[in-house]
Design a protein around this ligand. Structure first.
Ligand code: E4P
Length: 287
C-alpha cells in the first residue's frame, strides 16, 4: 500500500508493462511512469523481436511504442505516462512539437518528453501554448532548470516536469542529488508551475534522499522501488544523512528566475551525449 503520509509521487521508470503490473500487484500503487527510447529498446517484446533478427520499420516502431504506452495508461489512468519524442542534434523544435502533438493524442494522461536543449525549449514554449503537458528531460544543471522555468511560464501546475538526471552525474563523480537540492531550492522563489522529477535514480539512497528533499516526483527503476517496498516503504527521518561518499557537491547558484531562458547557459555535455544515446538506441531498432 502507498504510505499515507507520502507527499512525493512515485513513478516507475521503465518500458515494460509487465513490470507495471507486477508493481501494482505487489504494492497496490504506481503514481505514473516514465519511458524513453532506451527503455523501449529493453522492452521484452522488442528484445525478442530483435533477437529473431526482425527490426522494425519506422512506423511499426511508433505503433509499438504507442501500444506499450496505451497499456501503461490503462493500468494507471490517474497517473501520468511520459512519452519521449525522437530527437538528435539536428532535430528542430518544429519536428519535436509535431511528434509531441501526435503522441499526446495516444493517451489521455501523457506528458511529452522534450530534451533540455535550445530546440527542446522552443518546442516547450509551443507545447505550453497548445496545452500539451511536458517533461523536460536530460537536465544536468541549475541553469537548464531555470531555462525550463522561463520557457514554460504561465503553464498550469502539473503540466510541466523537469527531470534532472542524478545517476549520470554520479557516474562522473558529481553529486547528482545536490543538483536536486539546488533546483528545489531555486524553484522555491518561483510560482510552483514546474515540478521537479528526480530521474536517473540508481539506488535506494537516491530514492530516500529525494523523499527527504521533498522532490515533487521521483521516477525509479523497479528494483529500487522493490527494495524500498520490501522494507515497508520507510520515510527518511530527521537523522537521515545521504551517503554521498566522494562525490563532488554541486554548489548552489543564485539565479534570477525572471530572466529569459535564452539568457541562460543551457549547454551540458551530458545532455548532448544523452541525446545521442537515446537516438542511437531508437535507430538501432529500425531496419
Ligand atoms: C527517466 O525519465 C529517465 O529517462 C531515466 O531515469 C534515465 O535513467 P538512466 O540515467 O539510468 O538511463
Amino acid at each position: 500500500m502507498r504510505p499515507g503520509n507520502l507527499k512525493t509521487r512515485i513513478f516507475l521508470d521503465g518500458g515494460d508493462p509487465g513490470e507495471t503490473r507486477e508493481m501494482l500487484d505487489l504494492f497496490g500503487f504506481v503514481d505514473g511512469q516514465t519511458t524513453n527510447p532506451s527503455l523501449i529498446s529493453k522492452n521484452p517484446e522488442a528484445r525478442a523481436r530483435m533477437e529473431r533478427g526482425e527490426k522494425f520499420s519506422e512506423s511499426e516502431l511508433l505503433e509499438f511504442y504507442e501500444g506499450v504506452v496505451r497499456e501503461l495508461a490503462e493500468m494507471i489512468p490517474q497517473g501520468s505516462v511520459s512519452i519521449e519524442v525522437y530527437a538528435d542534434e539536428n532535430t528542430t523544435a518544429e519536428h519535436m512539437i509535431e511528434q509531441g502533438r501526435e503522441m499526446f493524442r495516444w493517451i489521455p494522461n501523457a506528458h511529452i518528453k522534450l530534451p533540455t536543449t535550445a530546440e527542446g525549449l522552443k518546442a516547450a514554449e509551443m507545447a505550453i501554448k497548445d496545452g500539451i503537458r511536458i517533461n523536460m528531460t536530460l537536465c544536468f544543471s541549475q541553469e537548464q532548470a531555470a531555462a525550463v522555468y522561463d520557457a514554460t511560464a504561465g503553464a498550469r501546475k502539473g503540466d510541466v516536469f523537469v527531470s534532472p538526471f542524478v545517476g549520470r552525474l554520479d557516474d562522473r563523480g558529481e553529486d547528482g542529488m545536490s543538483l536536486i537540492d539546488n533546483i528545489l531550492k531555486m524553484y522555491r522563489d518561483g510560482d510552483g508551475h514546474a515540478e521537479v522529477l528526480t530521474a536517473s535514480v540508481r539506488s535506494y539512497d537516491h530514492l530516500i534522499y529525494a523523499l527527504k528533499l521533498e522532490s515533487d516526483i521521483i521516477t525509479a527503476p523497479f528494483n529500487a522501488i522493490k527494495e524500498w517496498g520490501n522494507k515497508g516503504f520507510p520515510l527518511p527521518g530527521h537523522d537521515y544523512s545521504y551517503p554521498s561518499g566522494n562525490l563532488k557537491l554541486l554548489p548552489y547558484e543564485h539565479i534570477d528566475l525572471k530572466k529569459r531562458w535564452t539568457e541562460f547557459n543551457i549547454a551540458h555535455v551530458l545532455t548532448d551525449t544523452g541525446l545521442a544515446k537515446f537516438a542511437a538506441d531508437w535507430n538501432n531498432l529500425i531496419q
